[in-house]
Design a protein around this ligand. Structure first.
Ligand SMILES: Cc1cc2nc3c(=O)[nH]c(=O)nc-3n(C[C@H](O)[C@H](O)[C@H](O)COP(=O)(O)OP(=O)(O)OC[C@H]3O[C@@H](n4cnc5c(N)ncnc54)[C@H](O)[C@@H]3O)c2cc1C
Length: 401
């Protein structure tokens, strides 16, 4: 890694890029953070941050700033399967709450924290090209709005630029565990739909939806169906959602009495892992790994990647460890931590009725608060699905009833 203008250039300044830039700038690295967007600005994403993601904010000293914005804490997840409903606490003693901050608020807070740490931030700056010399990424070419092209060089370019990453397109990383889009999801915001600090999840064959509190006394409701039905319902999102809600009459009645305050937004996403590093480049967040949004893990995953990747880059740039070894460990840690949730997400996104074993399991959880808390922690990512669904653990749960 030759000495260049910056130590690190980070492309993309939302929940993956800003934390990477912040963490590296705090270590004293010359860091440039660019995004074609300006902040505050919205992006197509609902915004539940599970307690493990909230723990990252806490570690970085940013949780107090988030709570100061008036974002309500979420201390309970409920799972309404139709015949039965479970309810449990998704967090741990150290990080008991989830939050669902608007991205306009969260992403701005993160960009500001990166700038405060000493990263140079350029908003409204579009990266057009990733510079590669002899197989090594050496910098970027881009432009500010209305400006002419400029070149910036760095020892490492980090792609935190989302699913359509310009960095990934340039370096063509290997992709693995790929799956096509599984669901399509649409969301909006309602007033007069109180959910009392709860993330409500509803599961019906072929349909799923959820509601959680966010800023300004609004409740975000997101719902969806199989990707195979995308074209069939594209022209009547609201009607399709409202008819799905009828399968949960109490919820249908509550939302009928509420007011939708914003338009519907939605999309579908592919599922993949990308090799997240190579000579002079690294990928974090959706640029490196993506899963269906039905388990709401993306922001929490982006925070985890940011911390792992920044730690690995620090090791490599400081000369403590070889680059490939440090970054290889980032990849191994990421993959090891997310694979069980990736598989669980694909299963949930199939929107199939539960099989006999699942019915037996959730029936066994019902009315045992400790077990329902454990189930909520699996869905929040605080406990790995590999641990919870291990045959021994399932056997223990079934044996308790
Ligand atoms: C419908 C939907 C619902 C979701 N719900 C949740 C949820 O409830 N909870 C959750 O945790 N996750 C959710 N996710 C996932 C979550 O949105 C993503 O995982 C998360 O936003 C990834 O963050 P990121 O920083 O990697 O990428 P992004 O948020 O996509 O940010 C990438 C940034 O890169 C910038 N950029 C891209 N190209 C360039 C370029 N050439 N030059 C300069 N800048 C560039 C973009 O402007 C953008 O600001 C949802 C996703 C969708 C689609």
């Amino acid at each position: 890694m030759a000495d260049q203008g910056y130590d690190v250039i980070v492309v993309g300044a939302r929940c993956a890029g800003s934390p990477v830039a912040m963490l590296l700038a705090r270590k004293g690295y010359r860091t440039l953070l660019v995004d074609r967007a300006t902040f505050p600005s919205d992006t197509v994403s609902t915004h539940l941050i599970h307690p493990p993601g909230v723990a990252s904010l806490q570690r970085w000293g940013l949780l107090d700033r988030l709570t100061a914005t008036g974002c309500p804490p979420i201390g309970k997840y409920t799972f309404d399967f139709g015949p039965l409903t479970l309810g449990g606490a998704p967090g741990t003693d150290d990080s008991p709450f989830a939050y669902a901050p608007r991205r306009t608020v969260l992403d701005k807070l993160l960009v500001d924290a990166a700038a405060e740490a000493g990263a140079e931030v350029r908003e409204a700056f579009t990266v057009e090209e990733i510079l590669v010399e002899d197989g090594q990424v050496t910098g970027i070419r881009g432009h500010a709005v209305g400006g002419s092209a400029v070149v910036e060089r760095a020892r490492v370019v980090v792609g935190a630029d989302g699913r359509n990453s310009v960095v990934a397109k340039a370096v063509r990383p290997g992709q693995y565990h790929e799956r096509p889009p599984l669901t399509c999801g649409y969301y909006s915001y309602w007033s007069n739909l109180p959910v009392h600090g709860t993330f409500e999840i509803y599961s019906r064959p072929g349909r799923g939806w959820a509601a959680c509190p966010t800023h300004d006394d609004l409740t975000m409701v997101v719902g969806g169906w199989s990707y195979a039905e995308l074209a069939e319902h594209r022209d009547d999102i609201e009607g399709t959602l409202l008819s799905a809600f009828e399968a949960a009459p109490e919820f249908a009645e509550r939302i009928r009495g509420a007011t939708r305050e914003e338009r519907f937004v939605g999309t579908s996403v592919p599922n993949y892992f990308r090799t997240p590093f190579g000579p002079g480049w690294a990928l974090v967040g959706d640029a490196g790994y993506n899963r269906d949004f039905i388990t709401a893990q993306g922001i929490t995953d982006a925070f985890r990647d940011a911390e792992l990747c920044a730690g690995a880059l620090d090791d490599a740039l400081a000369g403590n460890r070889p680059y490939d070894e440090a970054l290889g460990e980032y990849q191994a840690a990421r993959d090891g931590q997310v694979l069980p949730m990736y598989e669980m997400t694909a299963q949930i996104a199939a929107l199939q009725p539960p099989d006999a074993q699942m019915i037996q399991l959730v029936t066994a959880l019902q009315s045992n608060q400790e077990l329902m808390d454990a189930f909520a922690r699996v869905n929040s990512g605080a406990t790995s699905p590999a641990e919870f669904f291990a045959p021994d653990n399932v056997g223990r749960i079934l044996g308790q009833t």
